[in-house]
Design a protein around this ligand. Structure first.
Ligand SMILES: O=P(O)(O)OC[C@H]1O[C@H](OP(=O)(O)OP(=O)(O)O)[C@H](O)[C@@H]1O
Ligand SMILES: O=c1cc[nH]c(=O)[nH]1
Length: 172
């Protein structure tokens, strides 16, 4: 495991401010499983947003399920509110090719017709393969195509029940 000079907690503080700016009346947070769902849960608490955040999985609409397999993560979609007419703010930890975002937008539209869909991410690592851009990213980092950047959540270490975030970088 490589320890990165990328302070996930500091970036999270920037994400809080970015999401605060993007939130509009009748907006709802939906976290992309799994890293984005951790972030959305914490944002919902920290921004004192009434109600529950949503969680969305890309599994049923991925274009690479032939290689990744259609695993049980399909069960992770939980939208505990009617998305029709809502302004949906998608939250993710890392944005790379944009293929996961495309898949979760398809999943979202299986549930209804939101008024708008916006994306905020902790880290944008570039390398887009689709015309998808975040409205907010706390950082843009150059990561080699052979590397993978992952958000790690450690429960209950020094930050009460909310857990602390860090990044792990693997590969050459
Ligand atoms: O823009 P892309 O190239 O699609 O990559 C970005 C996605 O990859 C990771 O998710 P992953 O599906 O690996 O699941 P995880 O969040 O559980 O790690 C990450 O959390 C993003 O959702
Ligand atoms: O580096 C990457 C690429 C895709 N998804 C991630 O979470 N990290």
């Amino acid at each position: 495991m490589t320890t990165l000079l990328l302070d996930a907690e500091a970036l999270y503080a920037d994400l809080v401010r970015g999401v605060q700016r993007l939130m509009q009346p009748d907006a709802a947070l939906v976290g992309i499983w799994s890293g984005g769902a951790w972030l959305a849960e914490r944002l919902q608490q920290d921004l004192k947003i009434p109600g529950q955040h949503g969680v969305i999985s890309s599994a049923l609409h991925r274009d690479d399920f032939g290689s990744k397999g259609m695993n049980a993560s399909a069960d992770h979609t939980k939208l505990p509110f009617d998305i029709n007419g809502r302004h949906i703010l998608l939250i993710d930890d890392v944005l790379y090719t944009g293929r996961t975002t495309r898949a979760v937008i398809n999943e979202l539209f299986d549930f209804g017709r939101p008024a708008s869909v916006t994306l905020a991410v902790l880290v944008d690592r570039g390398g887009r393969e689709l015309p998808i851009e975040p409205a907010f990213s706390a950082a843009r980092v150059a990561v080699s195509p052979s590397q993978r950047l992952s958000l790690i959540k450690r429960d209950g270490e020094g930050d009460g029940e909310r857990g602390r975030f860090s990044f792990d970088l693997r590969g050459d």
